[in-house]
Design a protein around this ligand. Structure first.
Ligand code: F6P
Length: 555
């Protein structure tokens, strides 16, 4: 049985596999100590390679029966068919009637993919060529500001997917950045964001990239106007306004007409397509600031890494398909074992924005209460994703992961090599760092029994407080180095994990209607804040009182 647009999604709870999983969950008594002791092949059997990622799922709360039932579930809900439909360009984004083709953004130039009558690959590579050309000119100094200065700072103005991907990747790939060009990012409509980001910048050597898929996002357009005013004011009255905008503003959008209305030369605009979702767009022209930072060659490696993971997901059997398995395990944890959140814990300071990036990817995609045919979901959906890099998290919230009453599956991400070479004779701090990653996953899996605590001479009264139950599930994702390609693989891994979960739940993982109401109300409330008594009177008592408070306290 598979889902089609006419029949709607399969209700996962009606499948045989779901019933089997429910029965398995009933008496489920995880015992990682026992499982590893009884089965010397467990670690090897549950460790998989996907492109350059080496992924150990053996410290997960899964046995052979659960795994078999999860794979069966994927078959009964039609994961492979839905995946193929996405890669093919079918309109799997049903509520917006669109194809979902972020995977086409990383196809090699000699590939071909005809969607709605057009081969999209040449278009993708034509935009890439223009972005690369622009980036090269900025990097070499051939592109100058209106006064002839070369560009030293690139400021990306965008929010959500038009910010989180570029800033996360810019941070992650810091060792690959151009030494003389800095990128900064403005996203929040809190005027503090623009003020602090622009502080100290030299307007003559600053270039703005206005990144907005729709070019209608209030935050981005407001910040773009602020930056335009800042630039013109800072450059002084002697400068030709039109020329200044032309030399200091470029745009990335699917709405090139609106870009022109803003005053940006269409020749300095890079387009993309409605089949690229915002949170899936770092590999489109939305990544232009990243291309400037790391250069076209490294960006091409980033895309190739994503493509390698796409191919793994597209062609590998579910039983050894890493994104599919990780997505299915998440279903097991969330729908059968009661997990409500999922931690992502990179043992890499460079990945410090990765959890924030994943929050949009996972929660904007799967935080839904209805399925793609409009019927209510039949299961719990959309875990809360969160995290911080190790080891900082260890000294903050790991207490709860180790000893609380909650089950928090956690993904650990680590690299064999440090991002920056050690100096001669220096202590190998990276080894100390990795020891922490290994220690944490071991402690979470195997815990510490009361007898072990007692054997250390602990007073009986505090033995219970020092016991670690263990059996707290983790996945370990490791690679040799955090290269552009490996970063691309990590991103694509999580995209496909998210997709897998969405298919099981029957969700359209590519719309985001839940962000609309707040946007509409902000526009509606705005006049009341500015003093319109009539609009204020239309608000509910709580909102009205808060507006009154604001007006009484605003200087
Ligand atoms: O409001 C949510 C959202 O639409 C995200 O999905 C998107 O990434 C973000 O806003 C920014 O949108 P845009 O790129 O169109 O400015």
């Amino acid at each position: 049985m598979t889902a089609t647009a006419t029949t709607g999604p399969v209700d996962p709870t009606t499948t045989d596999a779901w019933q089997r999983l429910a029965a398995l969950a009933e008496g489920f008594s995880p015992d990682l100590r026992g499982w590893f002791a009884a089965d010397p092949g467990r670690a090897e059997r549950l460790t998989f390679d996907a492109a350059d990622l080496h992924v150990d799922l053996s410290k997960g709360l899964v046995d052979a029966d659960v795994l078999a039932a999860l794979v069966a579930l994927s078959e009964e809900v039609g994961l492979a068919e839905r995946r193929d439909a996405m890669f093919r360009g079918d309109h799997v984004n049903v509520t917006e009637d669109r194809a979902v083709l972020h995977t086409a953004l990383r196809l090699p130039a000699d590939a071909s993919l005809v969607v709605d009558g057009t081969d999209v690959v040449p278009e993708v590579h034509e935009v890439l060529r223009r972005v690369y050309d622009f980036a090269e000119r900025v990097r070499s100094g051939a592109w100058t500001g209106v006064t002839g200065q070369r560009i030293r700072t690139v400021v990306n103005i965008g929010i959500g997917g038009s910010d989180l991907g570029p800033v996360m990747a810019y941070e992650a790939l810091a060792p690959y950045r151009h030494a003389e060009i800095e990128c900064r990012f403005i996203s929040n409509i809190d005027p503090t964001d623009a003020a602090t980001t622009l502080a100290g910048l030299d307007p003559e050597s600053t270039l703005f990239i206005v990144s907005s898929k729709t070019f209608g996002t209030l935050e981005t357009l407001t910040n773009a106007r602020l930056c335009k005013a800042w630039l013109l004011e800072q450059l002084g009255s002697g400068v030709d306004e039109k020329a200044a905008i032309e030399k200091h503003f470029v745009a990335v959008s699917t709405a090139l007409d609106k870009v022109a209305d803003f005053g940006i030369d269409p020749a300095n605009a890079f387009g993309f397509w409605d089949w690229v979702g915002g949170r899936y767009s770092v590999d489109s022209a939305i990544g232009t600031s990243l291309v400037v930072a790391i250069g076209p060659e490294r960006f091409a490696e980033f895309l190739a890494g994503m493509h390698a993971m796409d191919e793994h997901f597209r062609t590998t059997d579910t039983a050894s398909n890493v994104p599919a398995l990780m997505g299915l395990l998440n279903i097991w944890y969330a729908d059968f074992l009661g997990a409500q959140t999922h931690a992502v814990l990179p043992y890499s300071q460079l990945l410090h924005r990765f959890p924030a990036y994943l929050q949009q990817l996972t929660m904007e995609s799967n935080g839904k209460g209805v399925r793609w045919d409009g019927t209510p979901v039949t299961t719990e959906t959309g875990e809360v994703f969160w995290g911080e890099p190790g080891t900082n998290g260890q000294h903050a919230f790991y207490q709860l992961i180790h000893q609380s009453t909650r089950l928090i599956p956690a993904d650990f991400i680590a690299f064999a090599n440090p991002a920056y070479p050690l100096r001669d004779g220096e202590t190998d701090v990276h080894e100390l760092f990795l020891a922490n990653f290994l220690a944490q996953t071991r402690a979470l899996a195997f815990g510490k029994t009361a007898d072990e605590v007692r054997a250390e001479g602990t007073a009986e009264a505090i033995v219970p407080a020092r016991v670690f139950t263990g059996n707290r599930p983790t996945a370990s994702i490791v690679a040799a180095d955090l290269t552009p390609s490996v970063l691309g693989q990590l991103i694509a891994l999580y995209e496909h994990i998210t997709f897998t979960q969405g298919v099981v739940w029957g969700i359209d993982s590519f719309d985001q209607w839940g962000v609309e109401l707040g946007k509409q109300l902000a526009v509606q409330i705005s006049p009341a804040i500015a003093g319109d008594a009539e609009v204020a009177a239309q608000q509910d008592p709580s909102t009205r009182a808060l507006i009154d408070y604001y007006r009484a306290h605003r200087r």
